[in-house]
Design a protein around this ligand. Structure first.
Ligand SMILES: C[S@@+](CC[C@H](N)C(=O)[O-])C[C@H]1O[C@@H](n2cnc3c(N)ncnc32)[C@H](O)[C@@H]1O
Length: 387
């Protein structure tokens, strides 16, 4: 099978984690591909990272598209179809025509995502119309038929989306509360905590669970998506395999090191949504005001891996000044849960606000954007856990 180039779109700030996830899951993805095409020759993983994502080279088509089923950090996966110098519309038309782009698209209208920078051709609407004409298609809002046309310094790169619906849309009927965290971000941050914990702890706790995104991601990180539709299923080149999507619907690909997942929220509605979203008896959900004077700690898990996405004081207001709020939150977390590792998402300007006491030390900080806000994931760890 021919080798192809793929591009994983990842939220800025999280590409290092996406690469680690890719490395960890590559063999399992290849194993899945070999179940569909037993003759597939194993290839080693070759990739490069940029701020926007990861480029994989020399990947068999089937293995590349199956990345969609198991990776939790990328937003979308594109298949590169070609790259060429181009400074006029007739050339764009002829090149696209020759590429027979229709073989990558189901019948019907298609969506073109055009962008241009430092190029002679900068009129996005005309670029879009030219590509549509070359494929003899109309423009439409289809999620399963999307071409990406990018002009950079007069080089045009054409890619087809292999994902379909964005990969952070894990369930169609998800109930969301205020300021939910995007699934791809929650997965990346959970994975960061897991990598630092190195399987020392089997308990994962979210004391402000909202609609339960972090718990759901923790529960499903080593399973394939609960999803049967992907854009790649209509690629002509893959029809010979008659792919049965049940092969990769919610499959356990590796054992989850966390066997105890616990979430709390002070809000009844949040607990109801989380219960509906997570749909698992193994996750324990309880009402609790993490900042209250909680005296009964008998069933509160200790020495676990804790994740918190508190209100930031921007869209969700805080009762006191941010510095005081985040400090009290940290003190309540350390006192009641005594986590081995804890990661808190904080507004970027407050990422140094918390003063931690012995035995805790700051272990890592990740900067990224959440819902248009600059935030940081600040990770603290017991000194005895630092090796
Ligand atoms: C930003 S939201 C969390 C969003 C969540 N990560 C998600 O993806 O849906 C903050 C959550 O903290 C909860 N919360 C705020 N103060 C709390 C407190 N003192 N104790 C427990 N939960 C609290 C709110 O009810 C809300 O559900």
């Amino acid at each position: 099978m021919n080798e192809h180039e793929f591009f994983l779109i990842v939220a800025p700030g999280l590409t290092d984690l996406a690469a680690l996830e890719l490395e960890e899951k590559w063999t399992a993805i290849f194993t899945l591909a070999k179940r569909i095409a037993p003759d597939l020759t194993e290839t080693s993983l070759q990739y490069t990272k940029t701020a926007e994502g990861i480029t994989l080279e020399k990947v068999p088509l089937l293995a590349g598209v199956l990345l969609n089923t198991y990776l939790k950090t990328p937003t979308r996966i594109l298949l590169r179809l070609g790259s060429f110098r181009c400074r006029d519309f007739p050339k764009l038309y002829n090149k696209c025509k020759k590429m027979n782009l229709g073989q990558w698209l189901p019948p019907g209208p298609i969506r073109i995502k055009a962008s241009a920078s430092k190029s002679r051709l900068m009129m996005l609407k005309r670029i879009e119309d030219t590509v549509l004409k070359a494929c003899s298609r109309k423009a439409g809002e289809s999620e399963d038929a999307m071409l990406w046309v990018r002009f950079q310094d007069d080089t045009c790169t054409i890619s087809v989306d292999t994902s379909g619906e964005a990969l952070y849309k894990r369930t169609s009927e998800k109930k969301v509360g205020q300021a939910p965290l995007r699934e791809t971000i929650a997965a990346a941050l959970f994975y960061k905590l897991h990598l630092l914990a190195k399987e020392d702890s089997h308990v994962f706790i979210d004391p402000m669970l909202g609609s339960g995104t972090s718990l759901s991601e923790a529960l499903n990180f080593w399973r394939t998506h609960k999803r049967e539709r992907y854009a790649f299923l209509s690629f002509e080149a893959l029809q010979k395999f008659s792919i049965d999507s049940r092969l990769f619907y919610n499959q356990e690909m590796a054992k989850n090191p966390f066997d105890h997942l616990v979430g709390y929220d002070q809000n009844d509605a949040a607990l109801t949504w989380a219960k509906e979203n997570i749909k698992s008896q193994t996750v324990v959900l309880k009402k609790r005001d993490v900042l209250g004077s909680n005296t009964n700690l008998s069933d509160v898990p200790q020495a676990g891996v804790l994740f918190a996405n508190p209100p930031y004081g921007k869209r969700l207001k805080l009762p006191v000044a941010p510095k005081i709020y985040f400090q009290s939150l940290w003190e309540a977390i350390a006192r009641d849960f005594s986590p081995n590792i804890a990661g808190l998402i904080l507004p970027r300007e407050n990422c140094k606000s918390i003063e931690v006491q012995h035995p805790y030390k700051q272990a890592a900080v990740l900067h990224f954007m959440n819902g248009g806000l600059k935030v940081s994931f600040v990770i603290y760890r017991k000194a005895s856990q630092i090796r």
